[in-house]
Design a protein around this ligand. Structure first.
Ligand code: ZN
Length: 275
């Protein structure tokens, strides 16, 4: 059981309040972590070229860039702005050698109650972005989010929906499985199997705390909650996933307040004991 730091990726959200991207890169190197997954705000703050240079110099694998998506909008101009931004995200992901660009679909446009329509806009937005991403050789990874985010962040909420989009839109599109968002799903094992090696592009870890005090910013360290992470990891690996375990913990009241080196040490310990 467990994975060593050579198979761990640090998602920069985990130490978002403490470290810049440069500090994350140097921190990974210091602790023996071999993967990194930057968010775009950190990447842009560092500068894409400088980030690419630092990542290369420290021999890190970029397990994904977070994130593209956000497709639905009330009008044509808003939808076009989203497509333009996704194109830039693809370019950034290519520039830093990311294995994929993670897509968080987007929710309902302001004032709308039409979730089916929002989902159609997501499909069309992914299709348009996919065409460009394919020409760049960059895979796109849809990350289904927990249904509590359907209105404001992502109206793709299950692995089944993500698999259906992959079936419909074809090559170059895959899935990021984040245990926080999908652990509750009775069809999880089956849909992981259905996704298979080709589509499983990223595996995100944290834990579901009971009680969860904030819908966005109270995620737990692996082992502190109720998700059987080892079981889900066994399922993704049985399906052919051989990539990194990416640790992504949004924790405003706890982990974001601690010394980042201590957080990273805890991540490494828990990846051995609870993953
Ligand atoms: Zn995630």
């Amino acid at each position: 059981m467990g994975v060593g730091p050579e198979r761990v990726s640090l998602n920069t959200a985990t130490v978002r309040e403490q470290w810049s991207l440069r500090e994350c890169i140097e921190g990974c190197a210091r602790h023996g972590i071999k993967g990194i997954s930057p968010w775009r705000d950190k990447l842009q703050e560092c500068g894409v070229d400088e980030a690419a240079r630092l990542i290369e110099a420290h021999g890190l694998t970029v397990t994904g860039l977070c994130r593209g998506g956000g497709f639905p909008a009330a009008g044509a101009a808003g939808r076009q702005a989203a497509l333009d931004d996704n194109r830039r995200a693809v370019d950034e992901a290519v520039a830093i050698g990311a294995r994929c660009l993670v897509l968080v679909a987007g929710g309902l446009p302001e004032g709308s109650k039409d979730i089916a329509g929002a989902r159609e806009q997501v499909r069309d937005g992914i299709a348009a972005t996919l065409e460009y991403a394919r020409s760049c050789g960059l895979p796109l990874a849809i990350e289904p989010l927990h249904p509590m985010y359907a209105a404001d962040r992502a109206c793709v909420n299950t692995l089944r929906h993500a698999n259906d989009l992959c079936d419909e839109l074809g090559a170059g599109l895959g899935i990021a499985v984040d245990v926080y968002h999908v652990w509750w799903d009775p069809d999880l094992e089956q849909e992981i199997k259905r996704a298979g090696k080709e589509r499983l592009l990223a595996f995100h870890l944290c834990d579901w705390l009971v009680p969860t005090k904030d819908l966005l910013l109270d995620r737990g360290m692996m082992g502190d909650g109720v998700i059987d992470i080892a079981k889900i990891r066994a399922w993704v690996e049985a399906a052919g996933y051989a990539g990194f375990c990416e640790v992504e913990i949004f924790s405003a009241e706890n982990w974001w307040r601690k010394d980042a080196d201590d957080v990273v040490e805890t991540v490494i310990q828990r990846c051995r004991s609870a993953v």
